[in-house]
Design a protein around this ligand. Structure first.
Ligand code: SAJ
Length: 407
């Protein structure tokens, strides 16, 4: 039996996927309300294919509880935020979860940490917890790091098809854990050591962050001399060895805007390109705010409260708004003590900001002169007609209407 610890964005789909593929799974989360919701037959966030997977897992017998289980295999999937000042990983949730596991586990148990951690975290923070409890790692308890790499918006598909990395102290344990993932994973499963697994996950997200920062910097260079950054990137990407990502209003979410900071925090003298890239991405919402004011001036608009942000989530077609560029932009506007911006997001039924968030698209449009497209939800692509006559700043390069402004 597997006890999955942490039933959030990664832990829940992983628990459901294993259960739906014949593994006996009990999911544990210290949030009673979340556990109650799952036990009442409801999922806790929106994700393509998640409800169907949930039904299949419930049918197969998955259980949810607040209690840690006495078993021989654990998958720890709890948050690893970073400390905003030191830029280092905050491993406290992982440490707390492993401490709880140590109270109930059997000798011979395997503890798999799926949470993203900076290289060295397992050695510095997790191993000591196990040893403090009198266990010998590799004999009494086996420790594995198997970072998850599925993308919100396409999680269920990617759980099935992505390649995976399993970092273990011994090949034998790596292969044992691989068998559980192989019950559902159709991709390649690479067995390596713990430190390599830690590093590869962070490097993947850092690669993407640096590439996005490059695109954002190109957008600023092109804006300076009135060149079309999108056309330039499109043509460059026709070269067989060039693949530039897209500029945008900033980088949100809990991965690409966070993980690269782990390397900056641990290697401040070495991670120079990474550090500058993160600063570029982090300043992108403020850059967009500058563009809003420029465009307002050009169009003789004076009332900032008649400017509306379309999209509050951190990316398209998800209801996750953690670290979203739109929220950062609203905050930057507040710091200027200027009139607040309006906002609307088809994925957020309840208000996530205290004021000026509309729940009805038509009412939002009636209340705005200028619309800033922050997120390329499919919803807006079916509604271009309604935006006719508005001043539009499109941060995602999707609006087909003539006269649209870009970042
Ligand atoms: N973004 C851009 N330009 C682009 C692509 C993305 O500005 O060309 C922005 C998005 O709008 C968003 C942010 O970047 O605000 C991040 O979005 P994303 O879709 O690139 O990635 P995440 O954070 O949702 O998921 C990433 C994925 N990592 C990689 O693709 C290397 C996912 O596979 C990981 O599992 C996830 O991080 C994680 O858990 O670490």
């Amino acid at each position: 039996m597997i006890n999955v610890i942490g039933l959030g964005y990664i832990g829940l789909p992983t628990a459901l996927m294993m259960a739906a593929h014949g593994v006996e799974v009990i999911g544990t989360d210290y949030n009673k309300q979340l556990v109650d919701t799952l036990n009442a037959g409801k999922t806790t966030f929106k994700e393509k294919g998640l409800d169907e997977l949930f039904q299949a897992a419930v049918k197969a017998g998955v259980k949810f509880t607040t209690e840690y289980q006495h078993t021989d295999m654990y998958i720890v999937s709890v948050p690893t935020p970073y400390d905003k000042f030191s830029k280092k990983v905050d491993a406290s949730y992982v440490v707390a979860a492993v401490k709880e596991v140590m109270k109930v586990c059997e000798k011979g148990a395997t503890v798999v940490v799926e949470s993203t951690v900076s290289p060295g975290t397992m050695d510095r923070f997790v191993r000591p917890v196990i040893e403090e409890n009198g266990f010998v790692i590799g004999k009494d308890i086996h420790l594995v790091h198997a970072p998850e790499r599925i993308i919100p918006g396409n999680m269920v598909y990617e759980l099935l098809h992505n390649n995976r990395t399993i970092g273990a102290d011994s090949r034998e344990i790596g292969e044992k854990v691989k068998q559980y993932y192989a019950t559902f994973c159709e991709g390649d499963i690479v067995v390596t050591d713990v430190r390599t697994a830690e590093m590869t996950k962070v490097v993947e997200n850092t690669f993407r962050a640096v590439n996005i920062a490059f695109a954002n910097e190109l957008a600023r260079i092109c804006r300076h001399d009135d060149m079309d950054v999108y056309e330039i990137i499109r043509i460059c990407n026709m070269h067989p060895r060039v693949n530039i990502l897209q500029p945008g209003p900033g980088v949100g979410g809990h991965c690409i805007g966070v993980d690269p900071w782990f390397l900056v925090g641990d290697y401040p003298q070495l991670a120079k390109v990474i550090s500058e890239s993160m600063k570029t991405n982090d300043s992108q919402p403020a850059y967009v705010l500058g563009r809003i004011h420029e465009i307002m001036k050009e169009n003789h608009l004076t009332d900032t409260s008649r400017v509306g942000l379309y999209g509050l989530t951190y990316k398209e077609n998800v209801d996750d708004f953690r670290e979203s560029p739109a929220l950062q932009l609203i905050e930057a506007q507040r710091r200027h003590l200027a009139q607040p911006l309006k906002s609307y997001d088809p994925f957020l039924e309840n208000n996530v900001i205290t004021d000026n968030q509309h729940s009805d698209f038509d009412a939002f449009l009636a209340d705005t002169d200028m619309v800033v497209i922050m997120v390329k939800h499919d919803h807006i692509k079916q509604n271009w007609d309604k935006l006719k006559g508005k001043v539009i700043l499109d941060c995602c390069n999707i609006c087909p209407l003539a006269g649209t402004y870009h970042i």
